[in-house]
Design a protein around this ligand. Structure first.
Ligand code: 3PG
Length: 364
């Protein structure tokens, strides 16, 4: 059983919290998503020590420091001070935290500067745990990684799922366990192979898989369509599984395209109409990955139209996620049209592929 922070009494939360967050995005949307958790901890707990990562550094890399995140978080908390700690001398940090007044918030630097983090090192986990009385994971986006601050640390402290983590588990669970039919998955993005796990998990659950982007190009190419110089997967290791998928009756590829210099850069209006019709009847819609080259506005048209079609279907439970898709939805103010926006990229894809996420398993 997962212990949820939302259900923990004030007594359990009275001490110092070690709070794992995920600041691994360019903007602050993952930070905003965890504000309810911080508010709850500020109400009941003595002090909060926030830990996170950014990028994939090999040792210290100033460009990947979290120093700026302390400023961003402080701004989101209405100017409340967030003390940034730029070293990992844990005994010193422990004393500094203990001496601070109640309600203080600290942010440690990028944990991936430490070699033990990605190795799920129990010694690092013990050092992190020494700073607090209990642990909260509100970093769904990194919970597919068995890292010391995600998995090993749960062996050292009473551990809770934060409020955003709870939302993710409930919403993604609703879409995967017993989704209401018709179930429609809109799958785009550059690589079809990245979506293979999701397609095979949903093979008997989804009514339709609507493909766009590089994913569609690959499937069309495997069906003998000349996609010319368009982005596609041609890794021989992945082709047998992709060929299987291409033959599924529920997998619908685009029928018209927007071309530029022998490259498909968006799906065409006929396809948008056909996809929108299917979306209009759906009771569950999951969308991951843009349908076109959305960096350029003229190739974002189909993705905008599909997001709007999802938004118009008020009866459907709709989910989206993945860094690129979410940034796009926010840019066009379409994110609020979805029932739930996941903070996860790879984590969401793994969850939707039916995989057990080590960070969530560790909380059980
Ligand atoms: C993410 O942004 O998807 C997570 O923070 C995980 O990052 P990683 O793929 O570098 O482990």
């Amino acid at each position: 059983m997962i212990k949820y922070l939302s259900a923990a009494g004030p007594k359990a939360l009275a001490g110092t919290a070690l709070l794992r967050l995920d600041f691994n995005t360019k903007d602050d949307w993952r930070m905003r998503a965890v504000l309810p958790t911080i508010a709850l901890l500020l109400k009941h707990s003595g002090r909060i020590v926030v830990v996170s990562h950014r990028g994939r550094p090999q040792g210290f890399d100033g460009a990947l420091s979290l120093r700026g995140d302390a400023v961003k978080l402080s701004r989101l908390l209405g100017g409340k001070r967030v003390t940034f700690i730029d070293h990992f001398r844990f005994a010193e940090i422990k004393a500094q935290v203990a001496a601070a007044p109640r309600g203080s918030i600290f942010l440690l630097d990028n944990l991936r500067f430490l070699p033990g983090e990605e190795k799920n090192d129990p010694a690092l986990a013990r050092r992190l745990a020494s700073l607090a009385d209990f642990y909260v994971n509100d970093a769904f986006a990194v919970s597919h990684r068995a890292n010391a601050s995600v998995v090993a640390v749960t062996k050292c402290l009473p551990s809770y799922a934060g409020i955003e983590m709870e939302n993710e588990i409930v919403s993604l669970g609703k879409a995967t366990m017993r989704p209401k039919h018709p179930v429609v998955l809109v799958l785009g993005g550059a690589k079809a192979a990245d979506k293979l796990g999701v397609i095979s998990y949903f093979k008997n659950k989804a009514d339709w898989f609507l493909l766009g982007g590089g994913s569609a190009n690959t499937i069309l190419w495997l069906k003998g369509v000349d996609v010319k110089r368009s982005v596609k997967d041609s890794d021989p290791d992945e082709l047998p599984a992709l060929k299987k998928v291409a033959a599924y009756k529920s997998v619908i590829s685009p029928s018209d395209f927007v071309w530029n210099k022998e490259m498909i850069l968006d799906v065409g209006p006929k396809t948008v109409r056909a996809f929108s019709k299917k979306i209009a009847t759906a009771r569950t819609v999951i969308w991951s990955g843009p349908l076109g080259f959305i960096e350029k506005k003229q190739y974002a048209k189909a993705s905008i139209a599909i997001a709007r079609a999802i938004g118009r279907n008020r009866r459907a439970f709709s989910i989206s996620g993945g860094g690129e898709t979410v940034m796009f939805l926010k840019q066009y103010k379409l994110d609020k049209k979805f029932s739930f926006i996941s903070t996860g990229g790879g984590a969401m894809i793994d969850y939707l592929a039916g995989k057990k996420l080590p960070g969530i398993e560790a909380l059980k």
